[in-house]
Write a protein that binds this ligand. Structure first.
Ligand SMILES: [Zn+2]
Length: 154
């Protein structure tokens, strides 16, 4: 992928949560298996964040992912393990997500004036969950739906 990219997309996995490394690793491997069963090159996200506070490497910083339809080549994606429709990720996970964003800036993967979005800002999806999405909208650099004129068909 040609860096820097201007956009960061935040996702949730809409799957199980975890609190210990062995369990989080297993979940990440299961997602990788699932994504590769779709004939993708590898797990779709650039990085994943576990409830254990660890960051799991997906496609890393410089490989185009398969996470956000229409924006894969101009963004990186971080996905939090779990389903955040009804409640927020843990404080630890939120903190790690912000550290990962800061790391992306420091590594010049994104510019200082990056734009932050939830997956649903780009495509018709519930991701990253109602509770988390509403919270994310208050984070620095957040910008709603700048990339697409896509409208959810109800
Ligand atoms: Zn998503």
């Amino acid at each position: 992928m040609s860096l820097p990219v201007n956009h960061i997309f935040i996702h949730h996995t809409a799957g199980p949560r975890c609190l210990i490394k062995s369990r989080c690793s297993k979940i990440v491997r299961d997602i990788q298996k699932y994504h590769m069963s779709l004939d993708w090159d590898d797990i779709g996200y650039n990085f994943l964040i576990g409830g254990d506070g660890n960051v799991y490497v997906g496609r890393s910083w410089d490989k185009i992912g398969a996470h956000t339809l229409g924006a894969n080549n101009i963004s990186i994606a971080f996905s939090l393990l779990g389903d955040y429709m009804d409640f927020l990720p843990s404080i630890k996970m939120l903190r790690v997500t912000q550290l990962l964003i800061a790391c992306a800036v420091e590594k010049k993967v994104v510019p200082k004036r990056y734009l932050l979005h939830g997956h649903r800002d780009q495509t018709c999806t519930l991701c990253p969950g109602d509770a988390f999405y509403n919270y994310l909208r208050r984070w620095p650099h957040y910008l709603p739906g700048p990339l697409s004129t896509y409208v959810c068909k109800s």
